[in-house]
Every structure is written in C-alpha cells, then in structure tokens.
Design a protein around this ligand. Structure first.
Ligand code: CO
Length: 172
C-alpha cells in the first residue's frame, strides 16, 4: 500500500464530473487500498477518488467498529464503486470537515436516511441503507463525485471568507 497525495481546494480535479468505472481489475483494488491507507493516515473517515487526483466514481469510507469499552476495534473500511443515492428521507444537521478543505469545519444539513446503490470491487451491484453519521459521510463523499464540496452547502458569506483565506495561503 502507498500513501497518495491529497489535492486541496481550489485544485480543478475537485470540480470535475467523475467517470463511471467499468473495469473491475487489480488496479482498481490497489487504488482503493491506497485510498483507505491515505484516509486513515490523514486522518479522515472518508475519501473520494478526485481527492487523490483520480476522476473516477470511487469512494472509501471508514467502518472501524467501536469496542464495548469505547476504544476502536480492528480497522475496517468499505469501498463503493459508482455509488448513487436512490432514495432519502428526513433531515439532520451535523458538523463536517474535508481533507481537501484544510481548516474548515461547519454544520451542513443533509438527509437523515439514504439508500445507496453501488458496486463492489468485483462489479457486483448492491444496495445499502445508511442513517445518521454514516449517511452524512456517504452524502459528503458522493458529492465529491459530482464536483461538489461541503463548502458549496455553506452560506455565501462563509464561502467568501474561506476563499479569501485560501488566497492568502497561496500567496504566502
Ligand atoms: Co471531502
């Protein structure tokens, strides 16, 4: 496994519509393993392919269970290829951050419960239902596949302030 470079806003790759994956090969498995390692190293709880410079419909999400004593269990993650939200209900507000948006966290309103259709690494199509925090992570990562960042869900003022901050960093 290898650590991948994480692209930061305003890298153009983050704004591109991603391509549907049709080849379920070794290369795809390797990329998803590297993405999981990169996610945990950052550390983050989800990562989308455009964030590591690959314009593909691929996301990894952390699924590490909690032990009874509250500590983390053995690390686990899930790979979703070509994921799509096919139904949703309810609303929730939760705080989000993004490995591509350094030093930004804010509250975003998302669906409370979603059904996602996706393929696994062998190309097998399947569906899952997610609620609460897990549903937030999936919506955030699936947004990346459409060139959308959680920044886009914030108010005009907050977006402007962040853009100003980034401009300053780029100059420095
Ligand atoms: Co993100």
């Amino acid at each position: 496994m290898a650590l991948l470079k994480i692209y930061h806003y305003p890298a153009p790759i983050l704004r591109k519509e991603t391509e549907k994956i049709t080849d379920f090969n070794e290369e795809l498995t390797k990329l998803s393993e590297d993405m999981a390692e990169t996610m945990w190293d950052a550390p983050g709880i989800g990562l989308a392919a455009p964030q590591v410079g690959k314009s593909l419909k691929l996301i990894v999400v952390d699924r590490t269970p909690k032990n009874e004593d509250g500590t983390e269990g053995k690390r686990e993650y899930m790979v979703l290829v070509n994921p799509e939200i096919i139904s949703y209900e309810g609303e929730q507000d939760d705080t989000e951050g993004c490995l591509s948006l350094p030093e930004l966290t804010d509250v975003v309103t998302r669906h409370k419960k979603i059904v996602v259709r996706y393929q696994d690494l062998s190309g097998q199509e399947t569906e899952l239902t997610a609620e609460d925090r897990f549903a937030v992570v999936l919506q955030h990562e699936i947004d990346h596949l459409n060139g959308t960042l959680f920044l886009d869900h914030l108010s005009h003022l907050k977006r402007m302030l962040y853009k100003k901050k980034v401009k300053k960093w780029l100059k420095a």
